[in-house]
Design a protein around this ligand. Sequence first.
Ligand SMILES: Nc1ncnc2c1ncn2[C@@H]1O[C@H](COP(=O)(O)OP(=O)(O)O)[C@@H](O)[C@H]1O
Ligand SMILES: [Mg+2]
Length: 322
Amino acid sequence: MARVIAVANLKGGIGKTTTVVNVGAGLALKGARVLLVDTDAQGNLAMALGVQPRRTLYDVLVDGAAVDRCVLEARPGLHLLAADATLLGAQPVIARRPDWSRVLAQALQPALGAYDFVLIDSAGSLTPLNVNALVCAQDVIAPTTIEHFSVKSLDLLFTQVGRVKGGSGSIRMIVPTMYDPRVRQSGELLSSLRSRYGALVAPPVRVNVRLSEAPAHGKTIYEYDPRSRGAIDYALLVEHISKTFGYGAAAQAAPAPVARRPAPAVAPPTAAVASPRSASLAPSAESCPNCGRSLQHATLAGYRVSYCDHCRYKTQVLARER
Ligand SMILES: Nc1ncnc2c1ncn2[C@@H]1O[C@H](COP(=O)(O)OP(=O)(O)O)[C@@H](O)[C@H]1O
Ligand SMILES: [Mg+2]
C-alpha cells in the first residue's frame, strides 16, 4: 500500500512543486512506483515534467473517473495525476458535498495498491482541496525557504494540520529550500529551525539556478543537469526520505543495476529516464576527510555522491563500472 505524503506549506513560491518533482523522480529512479497528484490549479507539475495530460484530477473529483484512467506515465515508474485551471471549477462542487474533506481520499483509495509513494502537491493557500490533501495524507513534508516569513508560516501549517488531523504529528519532515550558505542570516535561520524542530529538519536544498531553469525545459534536475548542486541536494533528500519512510532496505543491501553498467563519459539528459532503477545508498569503508566518520554513498543518474551524515561534507564523481 502506498505511503501518501502531502507536500504542503501555506505559502507559495517556497519550493513545494520543485520538491514534489525531484523527490518523486528520485524515488522512481530508485525503483519505487510513484504517483504525483497535483491539487494546484496552476498545473505546474505537468509543465515541469514536460507532459500534456488529456485527463486531470477534475475528471476524477467531479466526473467520478477512475484514477488509473486519468494518470499518465511521465517517466518510467513515475505517474502523474495532473491538474489544470479546470480544477478551480471543482472546488465549489466539492465544497457542497457533505463529505467534502474526504473526496480526494476516497477517489485515490482504489489506486493506492499500485504505488509505493503518492506525493500530493498543494497550493499555497487554504483551499478545500488543500484540506483534502491533508486529510488524505498519512504524512506531511513541509518545504520552507530559509527566510523569516517562510519560517513563521510553518506555525500556521502546524496549526492547520493540528486542526485537520487532530494533531501535528503527521508533519514528518521540514525541508529547507533555496538555502544560501553564503548569506549569514540563512545560516542563523537554519540553526534556529534546527533548534526548534530538531530531527524533523532535513538536509537543506541549496539555492541553485539550474533548479529554476529545469521546469522550463520540462525536465527533472537529474535530466537537466545531474552534476548540479540541485541534483546532489535532491538526491540526498531522496535518500533521507527513503530512510525516514523505510523504503529501499533491499536496495541498500544489493548494488543497484546501474553500478554494474558502464557510465557514460558525460551523462546524457535522458540517462535518468532510461535507468529507472539507478539509485542506491550503501554504507562505505571510506572516511570523511573533514571529520573522519564513515561516508555514505548515493548513486543517481550516473553520478556517485559521497556524503557525511555528521558534518555534511559532499563530493560527487561519475559512477564507474564495477
Ligand atoms: N533550490 C532552489 N534554487 C533556486 N530556485 C528554486 C529552488 N527551488 C525552487 N526554485 C524556484 O523557485 C520558484 C518557486 O518554486 P516552486 O517549487 O514552484 O514553489 P511552490 O510550489 O511552493 O510555489 C520556481 O521558479 C522554482 O523553479
Ligand atoms: Mg507549486
